[in-house]
Design a protein around this ligand. Structure first.
Ligand code: PLP
Length: 377
């Protein structure tokens, strides 16, 4: 089965009992037992629900893993995965991980005795140098937000595996349509399904897919114990979104490439960050490890004032956080998603006041190009 077919036919594509061509929303909390412990595979919906199961099986197939788990948000999925570690363990993470990941690791999980080091994972040597006797996991995010830095998943995984570390990859920006971390050596893939998987800015959800029965058992134990499961309505909406993931990713990327080329040539744009550009530092690795470059672009217009002018003048880009939806979104990371990072550190990283991030959606490419051209005048 090729990937676009798998999006439609993967997992549990229809309702086994009625033949309905989508697994219905099983809006139910509990299940009748014929005798104590004698049931049809479901006892209570925190432990398992047929609609959620259909989504989890689909995600397992899409990521090429052994089992999938659907959570109430990306952060719930990430937190549950890090809870596989014990007090006293150490984890190495990509230095510009999603802000929520940074926060939960440094402000919550550290209180429970899990320590962390953040390194630039675009260079494997930084990972090697950070490994301690108690290091148990490597957590990668690639490409990163908002500068689209690319880490070599296979090389990082190889380094981590040689030291017995668990390899976790946040695959939100690429989605399983463009990037398959498990094939490249990851043990666990996590997603904010709120973004490309859902694709319509109408669900908050998270996914984790693991590549071994042992990890599946451990993660199900944590999911069932801590309880941040995805409800049946949201599971159904996600399945519906995932069906069109392939056509959405391809269409958005086609437009993103045109926009990136346009921005590179534009005299008012000082710098463009897009892995599809040959000038991008991660271009070669991205070309090797992914099947596409995605539809996230950041560009620097030089100052806060100029960024504000662009924001005020675009018509077809909605000023909002989040990404990966049908509607194009625009944001200024320094004052929105990355506002909690001190300014000096932001400037060091390249997250300047003039940096604008766009998530290219599915509007007509000509409209988006004209819109940006007018706003940059
Ligand atoms: C949004 C996001 C998350 C967090 O997911 P939520 O669904 O908002 O909890 C994690 N990682 C990345 C890369 C994200 O973009």
């Amino acid at each position: 089965m090729r990937s676009k077919t798998r999006l439609i036919r993967g997992g549990i594509p229809e309702d086994p009992t009625t033949g309905a061509v989508s697994v219905p929303i099983y809006q139910v909390s509990t299940y009748r037992q014929e005798a104590v412990g004698k049931h049809k595979g479901y006892e209570y919906s925190r432990t398992g629900n047929p609609t959620r199961r259909a989504l989890e099986e689909l995600m397992k197939d899409l990521e090429g893993g052994v089992a999938g788990f659907a959570f109430s948000s990306g952060m719930a999925a990430i937190t549950a995965v890090i809870m596989l570690l014990n007090a006293g363990d150490h984890v190495i993470l990509t230095d510009d991980v999603y802000g929520g990941t940074f926060r939960v690791v440094t402000k919550v999980l550290q209180r429970f005795g899990i320590s962390a080091t953040f390194v630039d994972t675009t260079d494997v040597r930084n990972i090697e140098a950070a490994i301690q006797p108690n290091t148990k996991a490597l957590y990668l995010e690639t490409p990163t937000n908002p500068l689209l830095k690319v880490s070599d998943i296979a090389a990082c995984a190889q380094c981590a595996k040689s030291r017995g570390l668990l390899v976790i990859v946040d695959n939100t920006f690429m989605s399983p349509y463009w990037q398959s971390p498990i094939e490249l050596g990851a043990d666990i893939v996590v997603h904010s399904a709120t973004k490309y998987l859902g694709g319509h800015s109408d669900v908050v959800a998270g996914i984790a897919v693991v590549n071994s029965p042992e990890l599946a058992e451990s993660l199900h134990f944590i999911q069932n114990s801590t309880g941040a499961v995805l409800g049946p309505q949201d599971s159904w909406l996600l399945i519906r979104g995932i069906r069109t993931l392939g056509v959405r990713m391809e269409a958005a990327e086609r437009t993103a490439r045109r926009i990136a080329d346009f921005l590179v040539e534009h005299p008012r744009v000082q710098r463009v960050y897009y892995p599809g550009l040959p000038s991008h530092p991660g271009h070669d690795i991205a070309s090797k490890q992914a099947r596409g470059f995605g539809a996230m672009i950041s560009f620097d217009v030089g100052s806060l004032e100029k960024a504000d002018e662009v924001l005020a003048n675009v018509k077809y880009f909605t000023l909002a956080e989040s990404l990966g939806a049908v509607e194009s979104l625009i944001s200024v990371p320094a004052r929105m998603t990355h506002a909690s990072i001190p300014k000096e550190r932001r400037d060091e990283l390249g997250i300047t006041d003039g940096l604008i991030r766009i998530s290219v959606g599915l509007e007509d490419a000509e409209d988006l190009l004209e819109d940006l051209a007018a706003a940059l005048k």
